[in-house]
Design a protein around this ligand. Sequence first.
Ligand code: G4P
Length: 525
Amino acid sequence: MKPQELKAAVDKRRTFAIISHPDAGKTTITEQLLLFGGVIREAGTVKGRKSSHFAKSDWMAIEKQRGISVTSSVLQFQYAGKQINILDTPGHEDFSEDTYRTLMAVDAAVMVIDSAKGIEAQTKKLFKVVKQRGIPIFTFMNKLDRDGREPLDLIAELEDLLGIEGYAMNWPMGMGKGLAGLYDRVDHRIELYRENEAGEKYLPLDQDGKLDPSEPLANDSIYTDTLDSIELLNDAGNQFDLKKVMTGDQTPVFFGSALTNFGVETFLKHFVEMAPAPGPHKLQDGREISPTDPNFSGFVFKIQANMNPNHRDRIAFVRIGAGEFERGMDVTLARTGKVLRLNNSTEFMADTREQVQTAVAGDIVGLYDTGNFQIGDSIYAGKDPVEYEKLPQFTPELFMRVTPKNVMKQKSFHKGMQQLVQEGAVQLYRTYTTNDYILGAVGQLQFEVFKFRMQNEYNSEVVMTPIGSRVARWIDPDQLDEKMSSSRNLLVKDSQGLPLFLFENQYAERWFADKYPDVKLTAKL
Ligand code: G4P
């Protein structure tokens, strides 16, 4: 590709993830987006897959589910001249560190909130990770066709709970059974809510944001009430500030109903206009790399194991940070200096898996991996080494004690453990005094995958004893006194030997903080 072609291709990319609490409507909205992108023709295609839930302990079913979820790990479609990449961030039982790491590979995030529930726990967690990256966050307040909370309340909650300013791009005219439409502050029109009804969808607003007085709706109290709300927003609400949007300090808020496909296209249209194309990435040595750098480079943000039960291969997901990817190209693995030929790549589409021919900065490629890659690895073509900034570590919340079932098989136990931990499948801790193995994860699925892989790849059966959820807090080694440890705050060390406490709950943490006011406790992301 010539430099200008590369630039044009990169500028077209919009790579983002949808973050939400389970049941807020992420699948439904994704499906609507795919409909607009022409990838699917019928609603229900994605949902149907999701409903084929797997029994937790049944790996084959997980495998099956994984196979499906991998093909939908990256959904690609074209819309308004842009190439859209949606990265899947699983919820429910699938939630894992990979979900967080996926957020390291996107240029923007869309937060879907159930307007009856407001901000829920998982949204808050994912938001924290996105916010730390300083990327734009767009909000879709969903399920307007049902009675929900007051819109002003929902906007205020963004600020109160998440510390981000909200700017309402449109405003609901009623809700639930009384939903009449959306007052569009940007496109100066009213988008009418007509469930299963044909007819004009939009009513224009004049320069002052008013309807033509001859319009019947103009005399309806739902309209006049909306004007009052808009006036209030104009006078006392946040001012729109694109700069703040770009740094994730302000979120454009859209209202709608994914299920009835109301407000979704308006959202998509504005999102595509505002969301950024891939930008420069920070490198480990402090430099930045431009996405239009002619030499291909990228980083592994997720590794999916055992895609195919017959072949023990894995797939490494690479976010392209710069340049163009071509099949069969040689790349260097920055960590080892090893040269690899990438001739077996897979591009993930909603329905089919196709061999990738070319992909550019902003795109995700899946590479078959026979054990070369670790999470966070950088690969590059060209002579100059490129090493992307390290991925952050996340604070695990669930813990398990793990021992080999057969004490005679210590060797394979240690080998498997070491490799899976290195790969980033789970986090490993050792108790301070007895050196017991403790695994930490953000989602239960990580433990299940660990157990299965230990047995199948390393022939090591493990016994796992749940410790349950704990609050992990690191402590300055200089301040540590082993006597501080108790049954309510287990003292362990992480893989780098740094000490931390696993508190039984936040009360135990508070109790500790009261008892040792000078001791500083820190959480990772
Ligand atoms: P998720 O991926 O975030 O977990 O949510 P999903 O889209 O699966 O939606 C969760 C439930 O909320 C689904 O209902 C879905 O139909 C419903 N839903 C999504 N968007 C809207 C909306 O705008 N309005 C209303 N009223 N409901 C919405 P379900 O009964 O759990 O599933 P299903 O039986 O419809 O498949």
